[in-house]
Design a protein around this ligand. Structure first.
Ligand SMILES: *Cc1c(COP(=O)(O)O)cnc(C)c1O
Length: 221
């Protein structure tokens, strides 16, 4: 199915308040252009180098989302290029983001990534460490937390639903609090295989790669 058709299809299924991010990792500029021509402006990348390359070569009105694990020593490369960092999950990284964005007088918009499945192989903060990270965010001047992100463990529908529901509970709970620098605007969860369940459970940002561009081939990059 052509990229345009896949995007139209997805858009017809998702509520107006939900945001669709086209996950363009490993995709060529030609493929991304096809999505761009349908009106897509939000693209997600999980490698710093790849985001920077694409930022430099592609249309400047694109909003680049960083959705992968972010190493501290690479924060400097995405300053001024990233629209939203979905993967804040520790205080050292927060401090580096604060420092590098402050140095050029910019504000970083971030989501806190939660390891809701307590999966040792996944990034994201464990819920018991969330409070401490939030306190650290409250002290920042150049970081704004706009919501939460998660990648859930592989599982069946009821397992997916359980994790998405837990995320939504945390999201709603934080929404009632008045933390400085923290607002709960975006709940980023759901990928090609599980976005429908994610939307049913309250996601308002979904990140779709293969469901837009077809199967990924990691040899492309
Ligand atoms: C690759 C990736 C996606 C998209 O996955 P698909 O299964 O291709 O939709 C979403 N979120 C993150 C964090 C990813 O790394």
């Amino acid at each position: 199915m052509p990229i345009r058709e896949r995007i139209d299809n997805l858009k017809s299924q998702i509520p107006i308040h939900a945001n669709l991010i086209a996950v363009s990792k490993t995709r060529t500029l030609e493929e991304i252009e096809e999505a761009y021509l349908t009106g897509m402006r939000d693209f997600g990348e999980n490698k710093v180098q790849e985001l920077v390359d694409k930022y430099d070569k592609f249309h400047k009105d694109v909003k680049w989302h960083f959705i992968g694990h972010l190493q501290r020593n690479k924060v400097k490369y995405i300053v001024g290029k990233v629209f939203l960092i979905h993967s804040l999950d520790n205080i050292q990284l927060l401090n580096e983001i604060e420092k590098k964005f402050a140095s050029v007088g910019e504000t970083a918009n971030v989501l806190i990534q939660i390891n809701i499945g307590r999966d040792e192989n996944k990034s994201g903060i464990l819920i018991e460490a969330l409070e401490e990270l939030i306190s650290a965010c409250e002290k920042c001047k150049n970081v704004k937390v706009l919501g939460l992100m998660t990648v859930i463990p592989k599982g069946d529908e009821s397992s997916n639903r359980k994790y998405f529901r837990k995320m939504k509970e945390i999201f709603e709970d934080l929404k009632t609090k008045n933390f400085k620098n923290i607002s709960m605007k975006y709940l980023s969860m759901g990928m090609s295989g599980d976005y429908k369940i994610a939307l049913e459970e309250g996601a308002n940002v979904i990140r779709i790669g293969e469901g837009i561009f077809g199967k990924r081939n990691y040899n492309n990059i």
